[in-house]
Design a protein. Structure first.
Length: 187
């Protein structure tokens, strides 16, 4: 009876999205700090893969629990959610979300199928892909981050999620510094 009152699916869906975005950011931060052919690239690929899996879990939970495996229901849900934040109602967000999932899947498959080519792709292509993934990840967190907390101001849960993800990424990057780095206490 308690599960009828508390919808665990919403928390799992939003949590999987937050995890996906955080792993994507961790992968990007790892790659940015890595030498061109360093082992950190493989770690970054692991973060991207984990993020892709978390995003797929998010999509599965959303379609299974909330949209009844219907594109039209998902589109309407995104329209309603978008209308809470913008002065108009649009279903374009569902197509941008499909693109987000497809692009992340292609990025992950590319990193596993042709690792060297993935590492050496043109900088403009790398930045374009990463910019879309990270910026739209923030948009999704802002749109869906408050799905379990409608009693709060609309953008507050999403902004808190972005802040927590940024803080955890900063902590993780500080902890992963080599001991010989300046200011790390090495001699």
């Amino acid at each position: 009876m308690l599960l009828a009152v508390i919808n665990v699916g919403v928390s799992l869906m939003v949590g999987a999205l937050w995890l996906a975005v955080w792993l994507g950011w961790a992968g990007w931060a790892t790659r940015r700090a890595a030498p061109p052919r360093g082992s950190e690239w493989r770690r970054a690929r692991g973060f991207f893969t984990g993020g892709c899996v978390a995003l797929a879990i998010h999509a599965f939970i959303a379609f299974d629990n909330f949209h009844n495996w219907s594109h039209e229901m998902a589109k309407v849900a995104m329209e309603l959610r978008t209308a809470e934040y913008l002065p108009w109602q649009t279903g374009a967000a569902i197509y941008l979300t499909y693109l987000y999932l497809a692009l992340w899947a292609v990025e992950t498959l590319w990193s596993w199928a042709a690792f060297e080519a993935w590492q050496q792709r043109p900088r403009w292509l790398d930045w374009s892909i990463q910019a879309y993934l990270h910026l739209y990840g923030v948009v999704l967190i802002l749109l869906l981050g408050g799905a379990a907390a409608h009693h709060l101001p609309p953008l507050l849960p999403g902004m808190l999620a972005v802040g927590v993800v940024a803080f955890l990424t900063w902590i993780w990057r500080r902890a992963s510094r080599p001991a010989s780095a300046p200011g790390a206490g090495g001699v």
